[in-house]
Design a protein around this ligand. Structure first.
Ligand code: URA
Length: 259
């Protein structure tokens, strides 16, 4: 059982204060009947909640966006280092939650955690072509020559063939690059830049599918993702849009955070 105002606020992102106002205006129904008590206990699995003519669907699973700081391992257990799960607050940490995709211990940025194996598969499977974007700081200057090499489906470490990938420079700083990959081989971005004679100094994942990490999320912080954010994550996007959003909002954030 759960409080009605909390259920609505969790599903919609509205503050509890706004939920109360809506209830006062008679815009909330439970099982077809207008409800005015924000503290009413409901069973989210059975009761039908309708807000402003929209039915709110009960969610069986939990979806979390984390801004991973340096030093945490993307796994559920590790004998030596702290895992990203230790950063998930108690109210969001559910049984069988795991990070869908790995960032290296020294990498930062968007990590998606869930207990929904089906959705994780859609995000991780290279066949689904869900691009993840990484902003990297390079040891040597970026070269436009990388673009055709990455696009061609390059080979790393002698025999490992990569899927075609996207890369571009960032106008703020000639040592920055943005990379878009549809797969996640071990240390892939670092190895791709090594193969073209450069070196990744630091790496921040900015985007999974069509969803950019919330720029107000401080390193180490989590938020529960809303339905529209999940939809956005699963949607297609244009790599040049990703570049524009990084140029517009992320560079100063990342430079301030010493990416
Ligand atoms: N590629 C890397 O090399 N490291 C990461 O953490 C993610 C992608």
């Amino acid at each position: 059982m759960e409080r009605l105002d909390k259920f609505i606020s969790d599903r919609t992102g509205m503050s509890r204060k706004d939920v109360k106002l809506l209830m006062k205006r008679g815009e909330v129904k439970v099982n077809g009947k207008t409800e005015h008590d924000p503290g009413l206990r409901i069973n989210p699995e059975q009761d039908m909640v309708n807000v402003s003519e929209r039915n709110l669907v009960y969610r069986k699973n939990t979806y979390v966006m984390l801004n991973k700081p340096d030093g945490y391992v993307c796994s559920t257990r590790d004998g030596r280092s702290e895992t990203v799960l230790s950063l998930v607050p108690d109210e969001l940490r559910v049984k069988n939650m795991f990070p869908a995709g790995r960032l290296d211990k020294d990498s930062k940025g968007f990590v998606f955690l869930t207990d929904d194996g089906g959705l994780a598969h859609r995000i991780l499977s290279p066949k689904k072509h869900l691009t993840k974007c990484y902003l990297v700081r390079l040891e040597n200057e970026y070269s436009e020559e990388y673009e055709s090499v990455f696009e061609s489906g390059m080979t790393i470490d002698g025999d490992e063939k990569c899927l075609p990938a996207k890369v571009c420079g960032i106008s703020h700083d000639s040592h920055f690059a943005l990379v878009g990959l549809d797969e996640g081989k071990f240390h892939q971005v670092k190895r791709m830049f090594e193969a073209v004679g450069n070196k990744v100094v630091s790496l921040f994942r900015v985007q999974i599918g069509g969803l950019v990490i919330d720029e107000n999320l401080a390193p180490g912080e989590c938020l529960e993702m809303l339905d529209n954010e999940i939809e956005k994550m699963l949607s297609d996007f244009d790599f040049s849009d990703a570049r524009n959003s990084v140029e517009k909002s992320f560079c100063s954030y990342l430079i301030n955070n010493k990416l």
